[in-house]
Ligand binder design. Structure first.
Ligand code: AMP
Ligand code: ZN
Length: 109
């Protein structure tokens, strides 16, 4: 979608180093991290809001990629959060997961 920063990243109009990429999903560090690991996991297809998501395929892919990245970044068992801001709480109107960690009790061990 024109003017959408994540769509520009998806088509490489805006350069971005990906942590993960396949035909449908991309993942890259949040430009404004709130924890040592703060990664955005994003479908390349422009879905403006969680409430616009009408099929499970994208969600299932996001789940698989998120689990892969949790393992790759050593967050398993360390406490992490996966967030979707939606319904107007989001800044970028292109569906994405925030993966944020390490957090919580396990992180202090
Ligand atoms: P939200 O839409 O509120 O769920 O969050 C959007 C997130 O995207 C924010 O945490 C921003 O820091 C992040 N962000 C915005 N533009 C970029 C960019 N070009 N590269 C990486 N992260 C970005
Ligand atoms: Zn978009």
């Amino acid at each position: 979608m024109k003017g959408c920063i994540f769509c520009k990243i998806a088509v490489r109009k805006t350069p971005k180093k990906f942590i993960y990429e396949d035909d449908e999903i991309m993942a890259f560090p949040d430009i404004n991290p709130i924890a040592p690991v703060h990664i955005l996991i994003v479908p390349k297809k422009h879905v403006p809001d969680f409430m616009d998501l009408e099929e499970d395929k994208i969600f299932s892919k996001l789940r698989k990629v998120a689990q892969k990245i949790v393992k790759k970044h050593g967050l398993e068992g360390k406490g992490f959060r996966i967030t979707i801001n939606a319904g107007g709480a989001q800044i970028v109107d292109h569906l994405h997961l925030h993966l944020i960690g390490p957090l919580g009790k396990a992180a202090k061990m």
